[in-house]
Design a binder for this molecule. Structure first.
Ligand code: ADP
Ligand code: MG
Length: 508
């Protein structure tokens, strides 16, 4: 080889080396970035772990906190509110009853016809209306006059096509924090969900409604004030008398159950006809150091309008799951360019709604089209490679699985508190180990569940069922049935009004 040839050869070799080094360097860098994304996922998986041992700790903590909340006012983060519902509908209720369901931006009016026997369907008519924005922040008189005007129109329309009820009894579902003083009275503690009618705070909400009815000449009696979970329990019990608890997992989450009067230590001497009462747990506020908490949960809570509040709800309910997923994807995007430059939409809190998270999670197309579209349309992240889309599905899976398994542990916690979990339950606030009581062993127990997250999100529901069975064990879990209730918050209020008005009804 001549000198020139040698120089050319060396030159080519050098260029090849530089190019190869650049390619390898890029690959190494891209691999390193990819490993960082995988690392974020692994870390998330680790922090969200809910092995059976941990779920059992959550079950125990729930049962112990329930006991503490029943022992004294403010004894636990669980408020364990008295509902004054001391008997649940049993199918003997007869007649026509009304219900009004006010709990958010819509309100519903229902008319329910009961035949005096348990039947698979209850005849009912419903009308759903939005609450005009200006009434959410006006005066209580304006709000209730508007509601009563809608109610009057509904009653007139219904009674024109059907026989009028002899006396019009109404169940009022009011899903804001209320300190109940009897079945049909309760003081509004505070407004939530965008309502702010200052003249009503501290007032009796039933009285406000009853006064508006009289003022507007509508002959109707407010027979019961109920929380939406209590309505759900009422309908569940009407349909199936083995129903002992109700859980709502929708935008928020809450649960109630039937408790023995002597276990409600903070209200000793409470007169009940049945020896028990429904307790509204307000379980969204449950907290325990055993809950698997991540940095995402901590930041979400700190930046929320109610820090240190509703800790359980923030890990479980529909309002938050999509937001937790968004925070994880944002972190991945900040750590690597696998999602391209950080998208401004991805930085926007609550932009990723839980139904969309569910759709990504349940995307069964081979190239994950739904995930690609959601990332593109909502989060402004384009051209995401398939392996990154798979990571997004994994994130949804981890967040949803943890939520479902914690909700399952909460449910078993309630069963443990009332001795229906197949173990010894708790006594005197302390957990009894091992030995199973014979009544707990043999009795069929039904928990009724309602809410968009549970009903619409199949994977969430399946994880929840799986975890309940896992905690209860193969032998005992067939005794526990989880059932969906629909429209319980409205129909249930009418049922409670009926069971307290109807002479036909029998105590539970
Ligand atoms: P609310 O709790 O507001 O009374 P719902 O019980 O209907 O009303 O629950 C609505 C919530 O359920 C939504 O805010 C959403 O978080 C969740 N949700 C609704 N549809 C789905 C879905 N397809 N997948 C996952 N979550 C859903
Ligand atoms: Mg609801």
């Amino acid at each position: 080889m001549g000198k020139v040839g040698f120089v050319v050869a060396v030159g080519i070799a050098t260029v090849t080396c530089v190019v190869a080094a650049a390619v390898v360097g890029r690959r190494v860098r891209s691999r390193r970035k990819w490993m960082r994304v995988v690392g974020v996922l692994k870390e998330l998986e680790q922090a969200c772990q809910t092995p059976l041992s941990r779920l059992r700790q959550v079950v125990d903590a729930m049962a112990v906190e329930m006991h503490a909340g029943l022992a004294s006012e403010g004894g636990s983060k669980l408020k364990m509110l008295l509902t004054y519902v001391d008997k649940l509908p049993n199918g003997s209720e007869k007649g026509i009853y009304y219900a009004l369901d006010l709990g958010g931006t819509n309100f519903r009016i229902l008319r329910v016809q009961l035949e005096g026997r348990r039947s698979s369907t209850i005849r009912h008519d419903v009308e759903r209306m939005p609450v005009p924005q200006h009434l959410m922040t006006g005066t209580s008189k304006d709000l209730f006059d508007f509601i009563v005007a809608s109610l009057r129109q509904f009653v007139e329309k219904e009674e024109a096509k059907d026989s009028p009820a002899s006396t019009r009894e109404l169940g009022f579902t009011f899903s804001f924090p209320v300190k109940q003083t009897s079945l049909n009275s309760g003081l509004l503690m505070k407004w939530t969900k965008g309502f702010s009618i200052n003249d009503m705070v501290g007032k009796d909400v039933c009285e406000c409604l009853q006064q508006a009815l009289s003022r507007n000449g509508l002959d109707m009696h407010v027979a019961a004030l109920v929380n939406d979970t209590v309505g759900t329990l009422a309908l569940g019990h009407y349909n199936d008398e083995d129903t002992v608890a109700a859980v709502i997992i929708g935008t928020g989450t809450n649960a109630c159950y039937f408790e023995r009067a002597d276990a409600i230590i903070k209200a000793q001497g409470l007169p009940t006809t049945s020896g028990g009462m429904v307790v509204n747990m307000e379980w969204g506020n449950f907290w325990s150091s055993h809950l698997p908490r991540t940095s995402y949960d901590i930041e979400l809570d700190a930046q929320s309008p109610n820090p240190n509040d509703q800790g359980f709800e923030k890990m479980i309910s529909g309002m938050y799951l999509g937001e937790i997923v968004r925070r994880v994807i944002l972190r991945m995007s900040l750590e690597s360019d696998i999602f391209g430059p950080v998208s401004p939409s991805l930085c926007e809190a609550f932009i990723l709604r839980t139904p969309l998270m569910a759709a990504m999670h349940e995307d069964d197309s081979p190239d994950l089209n739904v995930v690609a579209r959601a990332l593109n349309d909502v989060l402004g992240i384009r051209d995401v490679p398939l392996k990154a889309r798979k990571i997004v599905v994994n994130v949804c899976d981890v967040v949803s699985r943890r939520a479902a398994r914690l909700a399952a542990a909460g449910i078993v916690g309630i069963l443990k508190k009332i001795g229906r979990d197949g173990t010894g339950g708790i006594a005197g606030g302390r957990l009894k180990g091992g030995g199973s009581s014979s009544s707990s062993r043999s009795r069929r127990t039904v928990v009724t569940i309602e809410g968009g997250l549970y009903v619409e999100y199949r994977m969430f529901r399946e994880y929840l069922h799986e975890a309940v069975a896992e905690i209860l064990g193969e032998e005992f879990s067939p005794h526990v049935v989880l059932k969906v209730t629909e429209d319980g918050s409205g129909i249930g209020a009418a049922l409670i009004a009926a069971s307290y008005s109807s002479s036909e009804s029998v105590d539970t």
